[in-house]
Design a protein around this ligand. Structure first.
Ligand code: BES
Ligand code: ZN
Length: 640
């Protein structure tokens, strides 16, 4: 790492913030590591998903002051941006916004006296939103933007009381990844820029505000909740939720936030999180964020999980009472290293976040639940990859995304997750576990609290493995992993004995040699069910499917993962008896990657598409804006 980058990291922290971090030891550790890491290519000056000009004027700190207004579905207030003049000739601070109403802008050289600043809000681009250009005098140290959000803000979901577990209070939550932070905060909305943040949130009395930051358990004397994230993070990790939220501790560093009626079940489901943290630390180094809490959201949360630092956001659908779906938490926890500590510098480098995280999750699953469990997940991942590759445009099939300017929500797929995982698993097999574990840990230590590109990863890989231990992997092979739309022929594909057993049992049942009641399905893991349904031969008959449903109650499954696989299969095989179940499912599940395949299967026939459209018309109001956009795209409707 060059001296320049080292001091740049230092400058990002304000003296006060630095003192806090130094006291906790967190950043001091990364400083030491940074100084000893290898040199690599520099970060790019800008990237296609942001209007920001951080190489000229850079935001180095964010202080939010927002009021939450449920009546008008509006956040209003101001953001104070601490700025650093990197190029003394630069006079315009460029920020990202989407559908924000900007009231006025001020600048200050000392944080006390404020002067009005001229600004222009550019035209709205469908993907990027609108550029906010602010005239910034050379002596300005801070820029304050007074603004409010619109009710349709893409990164916010405002829930009516009926959409919550308690049914009495409204609820608000944010989802900033990939480029939705700009719909609720004007800032440099790019993972190239990292900054600490503070926030003051005024919420209606009786509701609690939580954020991806250090928090207090009660509001201040003025009724406002205050927060501080002392470590520098990218904008997509700034997160807020407001509602009837309570807390229960589950370990020394862990706990759950949820609506009161969910709290006990959540605390039981996730009681082992502290154990998983210890396993992760043994492999990948200290957890550097202090606490690790979970926030259980209402069902409309559009993802399975979101790795907001210190406070992972989780779908309530993983609370099944049997702790069988906790590997989702392992995934989000793993992002505390891959993603939050070392962050993809641009959205083309997304595999650095998700491919690493998928690899780490499999390793931790193996340590916690054994290799049988981990291998099932690996095989299902490889299967997802195959499906995603079929559905993706050629240019979006490689690890390094070839259409960098596309809407990240539109090109989202399993490819960065699973191809990234296969790539890292292949490297592991070439160099052996001990060597590869050291390599991965060195990557995290050497780039802690920094954003990194694929080019930087490759420089590190070349130096630390390819050149140091010759004859095991070549640059040409790595090129193929990065750039080819196809999986390299030399990739190692995972195997699962537990699935081989399912194959044999299913074959016997389909051939009429085994009665349905004799399938040992009661002992199957969730993953075996998924495999059984997802890889069902096309020759299965509607009568056989209906018998399955009668026997195992699949249309009423309480497990949403099994539910999604079942509905997909039955719809694809033209079993219309499941349509009402599909309607119920689509009206009660908000997790985008589970409902999307059901809509996709329905819309393959004319009747099915009409049905899907009717269902969507009813379900739409309950979906998150990002999920609405996704389903609309799939049904061929114009996106807003
Ligand atoms: N960071 C992602 C979610 C995400 C990705 C949100 C891109 C917005 C844009 C999160 O860590 C994730 O991958 N969630 C998965 C979990 C699964 C792979 C275990 C999900 O939500 O399904
Ligand atoms: Zn992830």
């Amino acid at each position: 790492m060059s001296r320049r980058r080292f001091s740049a990291v230092f400058r990002v922290l304000s003296p006060a913030v630095f003192a806090t971090c130094a006291a906790s030891g967190a950043v001091v550790f990364s400083m030491t590591a940074t100084a000893t890491s290898v040199a690599g290519p520099p970060l790019p000056a800008s990237e296609p998903h942001s209007y920001a000009n951080p190489q000229m004027l850079r935001v180095t700190g964010v202080a939010l002051d927002l009021k939450v207004d449920f009546t008008h579905k509006r956040l209003s207030g101001s953001v104070d941006l601490q700025i650093e003049h990197r190029d003394p000739a630069a006079r315009e601070l460029m920020l990202d916004t989407r559908d924000l109403q900007i009231a006025r802008v001020e600048t200050s050289s000392d944080g006390k006296a404020w002067k009005p600043a001229a600004f222009t809000l550019g035209e709205r681009d469908r993907v990027l939103g609108a550029r906010l250009a602010i005239q910034t005098p050379l002596d300005a140290q801070r820029v304050r933007v007074h603004y409010q959000t619109v009710p349709e803000a893409s990164g916010l979901q405002w829930l009516a009381p009926v959409q919550t577990a308690g049914k009495k209070q409204p609820y608000l939550f944010t989802q900033s990844q990939a480029i939705h932070a700009r719909s609720w905060i004007p800032l440099q909305d790019t993972p190239l820029v990292r900054m600490p943040y503070t926030a003051r949130i005024t919420a209606p009395k009786g509701l609690r505000a939580v954020m991806s930051a250090e928090m207090q358990d009660r509001p201040g004397a003025d009724g406002a909740w205050t927060f501080s994230m002392p470590q520098p993070i990218p904008s997509y990790l700034i997160a807020l939720a407001v509602g009837d939220i309570a807390f229960r501790s589950t370990g020394e560093r862990t706990g759950v936030y949820a609506e009161p009626s969910m709290l006990e079940r959540a605390a039981y489901e996730f009681a082992e999180t502290e154990k998983t943290m210890a396993l992760a630390e043994a492999l990948y180094g200290p957890y550097r964020w202090g606490r690790y809490d979970l926030l259980i959201l209402p069902p409309s949360f559009p993802y399975g999980g979101m790795e907001n630092p210190r406070l992972t956001f989780v779908t309530p659908s993983v609370i099944t009472g049997d702790r069988k779906l906790v590997s989702l938490i392992t995934h989000e926890l793993s992002h505390s290293w891959s993603g939050n500590l070392v962050t993809n510098a641009t959205w083309s480098d997304f595999w650095l976040n998700e491919g690493f995280t998928t690899y780490l999750t499999n390793r931790l699953n193996e340590a916690q639940f054994g290799s049988e469990f981990a291998n099932m997940e690996r095989v299902l991942g490889a299967q997802d990859l195959r499906k995603s590759v079929e559905q993706a445009e050629i240019a979006d099939r490689s690890l390094l995304r070839a259409t960098p300017a596309a809407d990240p929500d539109e090109v989202f797929s399993s490819i960065p997750y699973e191809r990234g995982n296969l790539f890292l698993s292949w490297l592991e097999s070439r160099y052996g576990r001990a060597e590869f574990d050291r390599f991965v840990r060195g990557w995290f230590d050497g780039h802690a609290f920094q954003s990194a590109t694929t080019a930087q990863f490759r420089a590190y890989l070349s130096e630390q493995l390819i050149r140091r231990l010759p004859g095991k992997a070549s640059e040409a092979q790595v090129d193929e992993w990065m750039n080819s739309p196809e999986l390299p022929a030399f990739a190692l594909m995972p195997q699962s004995d537990a699935f081989t057993a399912v194959d044999a049992q299913r074959r016997q049942w389909l051939d009429g040699k085994l009665a349905i009641g004799a399938l040992p399905a009661a002992d199957w893991a969730v993953q075996q069910w998924q495999y059984f349904l997802d890889t069902m031969p096309a020759t299965v008959t509607v009568a056989q499917l209906q018998a399955l449903d009668r026997q195992f109650g699949l249309s009423r499954s309480g497990n949403q993962i099994i539910g999604s696989s079942w509905l997909r299969l039955a719809i694809a095989r033209n079993d219309r008896s499941v349509w009402p179940a599909a309607e119920r499912y689509l009206q009660s599940v908000g997790r985008m990657h589970l409902i999307e395949p059901v809509y996709r299967e329905l819309s393959k026939t004319d009747d099915g598409r009409r049905y899907a459209e009717q269902v969507y018309a009813k379900a739409r109001a309950g979906y998150h804006p990002i999920a609405q956009q996704e389903v609309q795209r799939l049904l061929g409707k114009k996106a807003s």
